[in-house]
Ligand binder design. Structure first.
Ligand SMILES: Cc1cc2nc3c(=O)[nH]c(=O)nc-3n(C[C@H](O)[C@H](O)[C@H](O)COP(=O)(O)O)c2cc1C
Length: 196
């Protein structure tokens, strides 16, 4: 296990929160386990995200690596190029959005947005626990629907890979180089304009 890779931390113009600065998408995960309590702490953090009509349209299908069957099932829906490094992680999550509101079953246009909000809370809580994360969209949504018997109003949104950090040396290329490449963002002024 290693503590951090400082070159990955966000270099910001303004003093953002430490957890925002320190979160980045890792691929080199150590053998060290995470506890069920840590996993549930992250899910509880997610649960306090705001959501349209307080609908809380998120659901997480999770497995720590100690649950070999559950972990293998989640890994099996992932694209091969992601599974190569994700198989070493401490836990996998499939994030599912319920896309209808309550009893009336009207479409909830905010569902994906709200799941994203919950996910970010989860990622930042993980960072506060020194646990590294990686969101992935490279998985089979069709297979996830089948394997986890999702309902028509449930949409698999993304998966989250997490665990403690290991040295980039445990990775093969091209992942090793990506693990030590500084992160970049567009210029801040491309993200906003002042209302006039
Ligand atoms: C919805 C979503 C899907 C992603 N899918 C993948 C993926 O399939 N494989 C991968 O290696 N990274 C994936 N990423 C990670 C992004 O590439 C990463 O967040 C981005 O390059 C910014 O890097 P940072 O998270 O370190 O700031 C995904 C991220 C998000 C939010």
């Amino acid at each position: 296990m290693i503590e951090s890779i400082s070159i990955k931390e966000a270099r910001t113009q303004y003093p953002v929160l430490d957890v925002i600065r320190k979160r980045w998408s890792a691929r080199a995960f150590s053998e060290q386990s995470i506890t069920e309590e840590q996993l549930l702490t992250m899910i509880e953090a997610a649960s306090w995200a705001p959501s349209s009509m307080n609908e809380q349209p998120w659901k997480y299908i999770v497995a720590r690596k100690e649950d070999e069957q559950g972990f293998a099932k989640l890994l099996s829906v992932m694209n091969g190029s992601n599974a190569v490094w994700a198989q070493k992680s401490a836990a996998l999550l499939l994030c599912v959005a319920t896309t209808t509101y309550g009893k009336e079953q009207n479409s909830n246009p905010s569902a994906l947005h709200d799941v994203g909000m919950a996910n970010m809370s989860l990622l930042l809580q993980a960072t506060a626990l020194d646990i590294y994360t990686h969101v992935i969209g490279g998985f089979s949504r069709e297979k996830a629907m089948t394997e986890f018997q999702l309902q028509p109003n449930e949409t698999p949104v993304c998966m989250i890979v997490l665990g403690y950090l290991d040295s980039p040396d445990v990775l093969n290329e091209p992942f090793k180089t990506r693990e030590i490449t500084p992160r970049s963002r567009k210029n801040l002024d491309t993200f906003y304009s002042f209302s006039s």
